[in-house]
Design a protein around this ligand. Structure first.
Ligand code: ATP
Ligand code: MG
Length: 351
């Protein structure tokens, strides 16, 4: 065993030692930045002089809520509250989502399954779910912290997003959907601006897949889906079979909303939609929205139309959309989404 490893394992019999105590161990081998948290729990990066940096598992214990300091509330959704939390040992930030549920016994197994799917997702385009717990009516999910918040938050600041940045966002979302649809064989079911999260590096990642299924399966949470009807595909509203193409419909609406600054369906009368059924009826019975050709490039208009086909058989898949000219048309123009994002938005918390 390499020098230092044994010392560390002996030095930390429980989670009670603080990082500073840990740093001043007589071995002097490890520094604060050497500790990381990942899906396997807390680990040490060992820097041995004659060997490349190596990851050594510190403990088989998984993350627990007792290891986290709650910093503040960073968001609220229909289903629950999201906190910024900090890991006590490593200083690493996480988002902790807490959802109150009333889960009938037969549904618990399905929920455990959904949470497992969430946790097993591994893609740079999907928000990492580190750990989830069910305790006494609350589901807590430890998520990768995205310091730019959601696309919905960002859109409120900038009103509209120029096409060249939308192409950069869209490409990342499509990569995430490719992973979810083609590698994991699941449907997101709740793609919308608040479920696309951004960070200061300009990364855009999909979050909350599986969560809508959890909420749907808990009997007293029927109302939690109200905000979600907006981005629902016509076939899903009709209650028929729906597949991954339903997420593509939602993507089309999200992009069009970001481009124009307005949700693409407007209510027939002033004062808004009378109820969600009126909007649902419009989505099912009226022609789909499209991007105005006098304000946007033909490529963008064609991309939106490829997403917003009412018949899912005519709608493109994520794989096909990756080849659409809109995705590559700004590639040579040095689009720096990170700079645009950092200038226009302000990160929620800094490291
Ligand atoms: P709904 O409950 O209708 O789905 P929502 O998606 O906004 O709405 P939540 O998923 O609870 O609800 O998220 C609430 C807000 O918390 C988000 O809009 C976002 O601003 C913030 N948030 C969620 N997850 C994270 C995260 N991993 N990192 C940073 N901020 C997050
Ligand atoms: Mg969400």
């Amino acid at each position: 065993m390499r020098k230092g490893n044994l010392n560390v394992e002996l030095e930390i019999p429980s989670y009670e030692k603080s990082v500073s105590e840990f740093i001043s161990t007589p071995t002097g081998t490890f520094r604060a930045g050497d500790l990381i948290v990942d899906k396997n729990g807390v680990r040490i990066i060992s820097q041995n002089e004659d060997e490349p940096p190596n990851l050594i598992r510190l403990s088989d214990n998984q993350l627990t809520l007792a290891d986290m300091d709650i910093i503040k509330v960073i968001g609220k959704g229909n289903g629950g509250v999201v906190h910024l939390v900090q890991h006590k040992w490593t200083g690493q930030f996480f988002a902790l989502k807490v959802i109150q549920v009333n889960i009938p016994e037969p549904n618990r197994r399905q929920i455990a399954q959904e949470l497992k799917i969430n946790q097993s997702a591994q893609s740079p385009y999907v928000v990492v779910c580190y750990q989830s717990f069910y305790d006494n009516g609350f589901i807590s999910i430890v998520l990768e912290y995205m310091d730019g918040g959601s696309l919905a938050d960002f859109l409120k600041k900038v009103q509209t997003i120029p096409e060249k940045y939308l192409a950069a966002i869209c490409k990342q979302v499509l990569m995430g959907l490719l992973y979810i649809h083609h590698d994991k064989h699941i449907i997101h079911r709740d793609l919308k601006p608040s479920n696309l999260l951004i960070n200061h590096t300009g990364a855009v990642k999909i979050t909350d897949f599986g969560v809508s299924a959890i909420l749907e399966s808990t009997s007293d949470q029927a109302n939690t889906l109200i905000g979600t009807y907006n981005y629902m595909s016509p076939e899903r509203i009709r209650g028929g079979k729906h597949g991954p193409k339903s997420d593509i419909w939602s993507l089309g609406l999200v992009l069009l909303e970001c481009a124009t600054g307005k949700f693409p369906y407007s209510p027939p009368e002033e004062g808004g939609w009378v109820n969600c059924f009126e909007l649902m009826e419009t989505i099912v019975n009226q022609p789909p929205p499209c991007a105005p050709s006098d304000r946007f490039s033909p490529e963008f208009c064609s991309f939106i139309s490829a997403c917003l086909q009412k018949d899912p058989n005519h709608r493109h898949s994520a794989r096909k959309l990756m080849e659409h000219p809109f995705i590559s048309m700004y590639e040579d123009s040095n689009v720096d989404f990170a700079a645009y994002f950092n200038k226009a938005g302000s990160p929620l918390a800094t490291f």
